[in-house]
Design a protein around this ligand. Structure first.
Ligand code: NAP
Length: 499
């Protein structure tokens, strides 16, 4: 690793966001940029999550970049290794390899008021000076492993779903799976098929909708071979997600039919009334991310699978004890317990104008204009920042909209000749008002506990509207949202840095 580096743009993270940003930078003619990645490979969540059954429940024809559309005529839901291969292919074909710097974990990013530039340090001691920094660290990459009493005493194998221990073969063993979100639902079928017994510890049931088969049938395969069919299919998925899924979160027209469908699917899948009752959510559909999964319910009816709803009291060397005093043995514990999603950019230390600390400003919940810019942090952008995760569509699509806007910002900065630019307070206030109003109309603010919310209750992660609305709002001209920022050499002028 070079100890000192001088670049135009430093991108932090090499998942969908960072790779998409890299491609856009190359197309915009930016030659001097780096993509700093803490791991030793690209891929983000698609590199980290290798649990059996890992796939995406959004069809890849939509869950792919518009400039590199996924075009299989046989498979609609490829598995994790293929999604990772897709991202690797995009990086290779767009010449990103020379820009990627692995094992480069960013520790600090500090805006230098005098130079109007960023100075970034990595754990391995490198110092990178960049005109612009783009944080593309994502929302779902820091595993949450709950501090359950007795955890350290467990004698068997114990790991998080996003750090799967492939040396641990569950064949013939007793496995405990804690959590019942998307990851648990996907890893359960394979685990249950191999283990002697699987105990699933559920705290809150999720709403579940059936997922179509991974592979297309013969008719769809034939149709997808027609000219323009892929483009039409992608468009249909995009529009379908916007019209059918997005309104669910806002108690819109599709919430009732979606709930009815989920209830019917539960009734048809689970005949045992007690199990069905345990799996019936008591909060509005959309409150947590809906599971699209057709293998989860059938797995729960297997004779070697038990769903436990009594709260976990403690972990013992040989298993798990629940609140009712019952102890169930376990050789393996899988924490499918999600991610520390509301802690954006942690543990990086990010300091903006005048030394202000992003961690402090975000202590009561992160916020950013369209999830991509924060007042006081010139020439700094985010991809998939606060409130820009869609639970009702394709996140790579939202990221592409953000990336296009960031490129517009960079062009505007160049045109104006400003040393730096940042989102203006007026635009931020307007956006904040809109966000508050829009979130208030969703099922999230007073609803069930989920990773969408900061522990203080503030909804910090999901986007409350459609993807079309996201794209439309990002059509706002940059000169009406951003303001130029001058380089400041005198401490007294920090507050008047905005031109
Ligand atoms: P998650 O949805 O946050 O689920 C975590 C689970 O662990 C919940 O059931 C939660 O219960 C439980 N849990 C957490 N702490 C616990 C504790 N102390 N004791 C008992 N249970 C505890 O996490 P995830 O399943 O990893 O999914 C996270 C997100 O990743 C998803 O929402 C989705 O956006 C994304 N994902 C997507 C796909 C896909 O196919 N597109 C696949 C996997 C993941 P509570 O509900 O009671 O909190």
């Amino acid at each position: 690793m070079v100890a000192e580096l001088d670049v135009e743009v430093a991108v932090v993270g090499a998942g969908f966001g960072g790779i998409g940003m890299g491609v856009a930078l190359r197309e915009a003619g930016v030659a001097r940029f780096v993509i700093l990645e803490e791991a030793d490979d690209l891929g983000g969540v698609w590199r980290d999550n290798t649990y059996p059954g890992c796939a995406c429940d959004v069809p890849s024809h939509l869950y792919s970049f518009s400039f590199a559309p996924y075009r299989s005529t046989s498979c609609r839901y490829p598995a994790q290794p293929e999604i990772l291969d897709y991202l690797r292919g995009v990086a290779r074909e767009h010449g990103l390899e020379p820009h990627l710097r692995f094992r480069s974990r960013v520790e600090t990013a500090v805006y230098q008021d005098g130079a109007a530039r960023w100075e970034i340090t990595t754990r391995d001691g490198a110092r990178i000076r960049a005109d612009v920094v783009v944080f593309a660290a994502g929302q779902l990459h820091r595993p949450h492993v709950p501090d359950i009493p007795g955890r350290e005493s467990f004698a068997g194998a114990m790991f998080h779903s996003a750090a799967w221990d492939h040396d641990c073969d569950p064949t013939g063993l007793d496995v405990a799976v804690i959590g019942t979100g998307s990851s648990a639902a996907q890893l359960l079928p394979d685990t249950a098929a191999r283990a002697r017994r699987v105990t699933v510890y559920q705290r809150t049931p999720h709403w579940v909708l059936p997922k179509p088969a991974a592979d297309f049938g013969p008719l769809s395969r034939a149709a997808l071979r027609l000219p323009g069919a892929h483009r039409m299919y992608r468009r249909a998925l995009y529009t379908g997600a916007d019209l059918l899924l997005a309104p669910i979160m806002r108690r819109g027209w599709s919430a009732r039919p979606a709930r009815a469908l989920a209830r019917m699917y539960l009734r048809r899948s689970i005949s045992d009334p007690e199990l069905r009752a345990a799996l019936t959510p008591d909060y509005p559909i959309g409150g947590k991310r809906i599971l699209f999964d057709s293998a989860y319910y059938p797995t729960l009816t297997r004779p070697n699978v038990e769903l436990v709803t009594d709260p976990i009291a403690r972990i013992t060397p040989g298993g798990i004890t629940t609140g009712d005093g019952r102890h169930r043995p376990a050789d393996v514990i899988v924490f499918a317990t999600g991610f520390r999603a509301p802690e954006f950019l942690v543990p990086m230390e990010v300091r903006g104008r005048g030394g202000r600390s992003l961690r402090q400003e975000w202590a009561a919940g992160a916020e950013a204009y369209m999830g991509l810019a924060v007042p006081g942090y010139p020439n700094a952008f985010l991809i998939a920042g606060p409130n820009s995760f869609t639970p009702a569509g394709s996140n790579p699509t939202l990221k592409e909209h953000q990336i296009a806007y960031i490129i517009d910002c960079l062009r505007w900065r160049e045109r104006t000749g400003a040393a730096a630019i940042e989102v203006g307070e007026v635009a931020m206030r307007r956006y904040r008002r809109w966000l508050k109003r829009s979130l208030a109309a969703t099922v999230w603010p007073d609803g069930v506990r989920s990773w969408y919310r900061h522990p203080n209750g503030r909804v910090t992660n999901p986007w409350p509207a459609s993807t079309r609305a996201f794209a439309r709002m990002l059509r706002a001209p940059v000169d009406q949202t951003f303001v130029p920022v001058a380089a400041v050499t005198d401490d007294r002028h920090f507050t008047s840095a905005i031109i």
